[in-house]
Design a binder for this molecule. Sequence first.
Ligand code: SER
Length: 642
Amino acid sequence: MDTQALRKKYLDFFVARGHAAIPSASLVPENDPTTLFTGSGMQPLLPYLLGERHPKGTRLTDSQKSFRAEDIEEVGDNRHTTFFEMLGNWSLGDYFKQEQLPWFFEFLTKEVGLDPNKLYVTVFDGAEDIGVPRDEESIEIWRRLFGETGISNGFQEVGSEENGYKKGMEDGARIFSYDAKKNWWSRSGVPDNMPVGEPGGPDSEVFYDFETEHDSSWGEHCHPNCDCGRFLEIGNSVFMEYTKTGKGFEKLAQKNVDFGGGLERIAAASANESDMFLAVDSLSNVIKHLEEASNKYYKDDLKSFRIIADHLRGAVFMISDGVRPSNTEQGYFARRLLRRSVQYADTLGIQEGTLVEAVAIITDTYKDHYPELEERRTEIERAVGDEEARFRATLKRGLSKLEKVMLKHEGEVGNQKEFEKAIPANEVFEVITSDGFPKELVAEILEEHGTKTEWKEVEALILEHKAKSRAGAEQKFKGGLADHSNATTQLHTAHHLLLKALQIVLGGHVKQRGSNITGERLRIDFSHHEKLSDEQKAEVERIVNDQIQAKLPVLKTTLPRREAEALGAEQEFGQKYPDIVNVYSIGPAGASPDDPRLDESFSLEFCGGPHVSNTGEIQGVFRIKKEKASSAEVRRIRGVLE
Ligand code: SER
């Protein structure tokens, strides 16, 4: 069964059981600045799990486009992909375990036709510290379902993953209980990591057994959660009925089911094919095309074929959702995917133009369910083609530099011209850093020409270079704020007020992209696509000055990063924060260090300070002096206190 047919079968199955089919949300999350991409089905539905009414009712089903940037480097084995579709069915305070588990079981065994003998399931073992017991109800349901098919239905308590590797699987065991690391689901993982207000709950996963040999480098014995490749998780029913509060875990107002199933993983199980790149039509079609274009076989260079197929598909979906290759945010990932594709296409000896042809194959595969691909076909092909051309120009410049360097180190050996045994590391480093010429390529070219370089030294130079540019950036930042003069501190607090005012007037898409403060003026770069009108500028000034006049307390609070994120605190773009962070809040009136009332503040930002302790200390009236474009989609404002 191809994945397009499988998706339809799943949606139809749940529509027949009273669900409304809803379209996938965009890969670029709306109103959620904490993540660059939608990475699971529940992200866009969060408000409804928390109690907001969904216009389509309490039973929903969908297939959500998802992208996990953190997996880019993992692509190359038989299962990792950056883009995937998550099948979902949702009970928003409607049905619960008694319906969910039998339905999913029926779907897998009757509709997809999987042999129940090849299915193993896990449930939550319970956790005393949060007062949630073992999920006996799910155990009973699974025992009944497997029992009815006449096969073994034993239960085995596992607990931790380590225990699983130690004990292995008992004879006849079908249902296994694991601790919260494996069978509790929330956006932030285990209960300990959840911020206050976050929903979560026990889950029950279904695994497909490919019956491959256990690889003991993972652990002594195999068990459903073993990573050796024998078992593949194909679906997860989350019973989302808890939320974390200041005092521990409490039940949500409604019991929800959040089911997420990997469309392609179910396809792989249905084909009994553990290689996702062969089991999934959109990937295998691209691979076939690449085989023809390169005159090479997939099996001879699995990694290159897999990377190109995965990356191109991810880029196509991103571009169809409005992302364009660039150096920032989502665009950075689109660029990275495409440049890696070109690089591996070169490894396979594939001609320019082949990738754009592969884009057409991807579009054709998906266009019925995702009409945005067809609607933007030309745009997508152009974006991919342009990026390939740009990258190839970079490669060409790098290559000619490298050739010059090599020629410098050519000598006569006997009557023959030959390159010296090694090219100096600093010259290789120059080629790599000046143009962004990929290291791996340099290594290959040197090898082809029978020479090499001292790579350890090159790496050291690259690290040093990175450290220097980072220090430079910190210096620049300090340039404003290391100067703790009174005037600078006042402008720094005004800067926080200004960012918030811009968001109020222009919209939530406004994010800080850069800043610089001296004793005379502040400067902020922020994301916005057009010039501000005089009215908008006046409104922004008015909001800032109102907060100054309101004499609001300015407080510094230290708290876990996740809590700060959950409160929606502004982060500096591109910054990685430690687990414990400082935030500065401005307002509300009456807030104090003992009771900072962060959720009611006017402005809340990740920040090290310093700031005035009350906006009333800001002297003068805030004025915007200049407003102009700083780069595409980024505006720059200079402001002063007069
Ligand atoms: N939220 C769960 C997951 O992403 C199930 O949809 O795995």
